[in-house]
Design a binder for this molecule. Structure first.
Ligand SMILES: [Zn+2]
Length: 295
């Protein structure tokens, strides 16, 4: 992702890249910003290591949107320069860089790797490293946010996730993992009108979280369905707490969505990128202005 970000930064100087914090292994958690508008939105991806295909989905969108803006063109039928002047989009395409490196084989030795392999051996039913979702220390980053965190931990402990694990371990406290804390603090420094969190898979959209779910969230999910074919659904009860979307909705009462992209068993092969991107282009474009219009 770093190389792709560097190439885009050179080609499109109006893009602003920043690091919002470091992973356990000291990798930068990068954000890209595009646009000058007052309406701020936030798209993130790859909280889960073996869902890394969501990273190139966001990078591809950034590249196409930047190109459309530079050329005075359109994206998904929308005037890119108008979108740019109305909205500032922040992208965090890879929340879990260490975990992604583990799953893709970029990290295959050293102390962190050995520790992860030991963790995986203790949870023998999960293939290693392909089944790894957590950060490199075995904390599931999408079970780290302070919205129903106790409940999420209770549910996962009852399912046997009682210690650092390849997936589903909520940690000893919310925001214990530096990656989740970085995203949390970044969010608090902004006033996002809408967030999209990309995961795989199932081609569904989760949009609800408790009493603070805004009145328009269901309608926005329907609008996303119309441009993607993805179905609005309730999250399965075992995964319905402590996620980024859950915290965003509870904290701000504004629309936050989990987009479960693609179908099949994670990690989805890179060959699926094109079709996943095509299906999500409408959601990614609509998300730029959805919260500012009445649906
Ligand atoms: Zn996920």
């Amino acid at each position: 992702m770093l190389e792709a970000a560097g190439a885009l930064a050179r080609r499109y100087p109006f893009l602003r890249f920043a690091s919002i914090g470091k992973s356990v292994m000291g990798r930068d958690i990068l954000t890209a910003a595009i646009g000058s508008g007052q309406n701020e939105v936030f798209y993130n991806a790859a909280h889960h290591a073996n869902e890394w295909i969501t990273t190139p989905v966001l990078m591809r969108f950034l590249a196409e949107y930047a190109k459309a803006y530079a050329e005075g063109g359109t994206i998904f039928g929308e005037d890119a320069r108008r979108l740019y002047s109305q909205t500032t989009l922040y992208l965090a395409p890879m929340i879990n860089p260490d975990g992604v490196d583990l799953v893709t084989g970029a990290v295959r030795s050293g102390g962190y790797y050995d520790n992860a392999r030991k963790i995986a051996e203790a949870y023998g039913g999960v293939p290693f490293p392909s089944g790894w979702k957590a950060n490199i220390e075995g904390i599931d980053l999408n079970l780290q946010y302070p919205a129903g965190w106790e409940k999420a931990g209770d549910i996962k402990r009852a399912l046997g996730y009682i210690s650092p694990a390849p997936r589903d371990y909520a940690g000893t406290r919310p925001l214990e993992a530096p990656e989740a804390r970085a995203v949390y603090e970044f969010t608090r420094r902004h006033r996002f009108s809408l967030t999209l969190s990309y995961h795989t898979q199932g081609e569904v959209i989760y949009w609800k979280y408790g009493d603070r779910t805004p009145a328009n969230a269901g309608k926005l999910a329907k609008a996303f369905e119309r441009v993607s074919g993805y179905k609005p659904e309730d999250a399965p009860p075992a995964s319905a707490n402590a996620g980024y979307k859950d915290w965003f909705v509870e904290e701000y009462g504004r629309p936050g969505f989990t987009i479960e992209a693609g179908e099949g068993k994670s990690p989805l092969p890179a060959s699926r990128l094109e079709i996943i991107y095509r299906k999500n282009l409408g959601i990614l474009t609509l998300g730029l202005y959805a919260a500012t219009r009445v649906f």
